[in-house]
Design a protein around this ligand. Structure first.
Ligand SMILES: Cc1cc2nc3c(=O)[nH]c(=O)nc-3n(C[C@H](O)[C@H](O)[C@H](O)COP(=O)(O)OP(=O)(O)OC[C@H]3O[C@@H](n4cnc5c(N)ncnc54)[C@H](O)[C@@H]3O)c2cc1C
Length: 409
């Protein structure tokens, strides 16, 4: 094993959105020493949201690269180590192991994100996929090109986007969801039920309260999905959208504190992991969000990865101390309709403020006397107004009055 010399060096583990933003922020704030960007995938950083949206459309599919290699190496001056995962972190010697190399760091940002959970019992079966990486998306896309009968397991946002993409190509699509109402945990049951109607309107079959018991295959290719009520759904393409696991296995012996439930990295309000000089950002990190009374959050949102990547880098290279508090934000696109959510969905009350019969939904979420969340469908001009209100701790009455008086854009 070679040992790289000690130096003032920022090592960023995870070469995707949060990692890239960390590197850019470090440079922006004047960090002139070496920055090493370590990525398990061989690819340059790319954007994931388009992979379950435009990338699945028929026709040419442009890869959503985030930056060119030249930009990364020449403009940002990064040392790229792509295609080899970090396998260990030793906080005593301040080294991270990457392949045969032990790289010393003076500061580190961990941005290893999360990996999709695989469908149990389907390893190696052709036609069974998850959708997390560019390689996954390429495989799903080519199955759609071949006109696959598609079964999506899990009616979450990514599963729903894939179902929408397949359906808009005119393919037969079934979504199997174990919950009685999809997305209850992400947007609450009332709104989950309303969103489910978008699938029904497009003739995507949605089977709620159904549990997958297994798949059948012939010659190594998937043939069908079996449900607990005995139903057999024919399938050439099965996509499991059943959640993710934070990528922290490589930290097992590091002493880093991991969340008991999902193994995500526990951080304080500044995104510090508790290991000297080591901060975390993005899908991998749990942190207490002061804007919501210190509620511990691990968000799988693009905007959070950007905000946390920047904050973690600033804190890693500078004097420690700036807490990050933010209003969570994500979006999704189903059948050409844009769903946007700000805040948190756990609420005492959800009020749907919209015109009867209109699909341009606005739903507000109340906790105590405070507005804590807002979901819109096809009201892109409105959502950021509610994000601002939530960050200013606006009262529920104020938000309701505003919603009722606001004219549709
Ligand atoms: C298909 C898809 C669609 C999405 N759509 C939306 C959307 O519409 N709206 C929205 O708000 N959010 C969306 N998201 C979520 C958003 O893309 C993520 O929140 C964001 O990518 C998180 O960035 P990250 O850098 O924290 O982690 P990731 O993007 O997961 O990147 C982590 C990187 O670290 C690498 N890595 C893992 N372990 C190691 C290791 N040991 N050593 C080195 N590298 C390692 C991984 O290979 C990966 O490249 C979507 C996600 C997916 C997958």
């Amino acid at each position: 094993m070679t040992h790289r010399a000690r130096a003032n060096r920022l090592v960023i583990v995870g070469a995707s959105l949060a990692g890239l933003r960390a590197a850019e922020t470090a440079r922006k704030y004047g960090f002139q020493d070496e920055i090493v960007l370590v990525g398990a995938e061989e690819h340059l950083p790319y954007d994931r949201p388009p992979l379950s949206k435009a990338f699945l459309d028929p026709g040419d599919a442009a890869v959503p690269w985030l930056r060119t290699e030249r930009h990364l190496t020449e403009q940002l001056g990064l040392v790229l180590k792509l295609g080899v995962p970090a396998s260990a972190l030793d906080p005593q010697s301040q080294t991270v192991t990457v392949g045969e190399e032990a790289i010393h760091y003076s500061a580190m940002v961990i941005a290893t994100g999360a990996a999709a959970r695989a469908l149990p019992g389907a390893a190696g079966v052709r036609g069974v996929h998850t959708l997390r990486t560019l390689d996954d998306a390429r495989a799903v896309r080519s199955a759609l090109d071949a006109g696959a009968r598609t079964v999506v397991i899990g009616a979450g946002f990514i599963g729903s986007e894939i179902a929408s993409g397949a359906r808009m190509r005119g393919l037969d699509v079934t979504i199997v969801e174990a919950l009685d109402v999809p997305l209850s945990r992400s947007v609450g049951p009332e709104v989950g039920y309303t969103l489910a109607a978008l699938h029904k309107r497009e003739d995507t079959e949605l089977r709620c309260g159904a549990v997958v018991t297994g798949i059948t295959e012939a010659g190594g290719q998937v043939r069908s999905v079996m449900l607990d009520d005995g139903t057999e759904l024919p399938a050439d393409l099965v996509i499991a959208g059943i959640g993710v696991t934070p990528s922290t296995g490589w930290l097992a012996k590091s002493g880093a504190a991991l969340h008991q439930r999902d193994g995500g990295l526990l951080c304080d309000e500044t995104l510090w992991t508790g290991l000297p000089g080591v901060y975390a950002a993005g899908d991998v990190a749990h942190w207490p969000n002061a804007l919501f009374d210190g509620e511990l959050m691990r968000l799988e949102h693009w905007a959070t990865a950007v905000e946390q990547g920047a904050a973690a880098a600033r804190n890693a290279i500078g004097p420690r101390g700036a807490a990050l508090s933010t209003v969570p934000y994500f979006w999704s696109v189903w059948y050409g309709q844009r769903i946007q959510f700000v805040g948190v969905p756990q609420a005492d009350e959800v009020s749907v403020v919209s015109e009867p019969g209109s699909e341009r939904l606005l739903a507000l979420y109340r906790r105590g006397a405070r507005l804590v969340g807002c979901l819109t469908v096809d009201r892109p001009g409105q959502i950021m107004k509610y994000r601002r209100m939530i960050s200013e701790r606006a009262s529920w009455d104020h938000a309701l009055r505003f919603a009722r008086s606001a004219r549709l854009p």
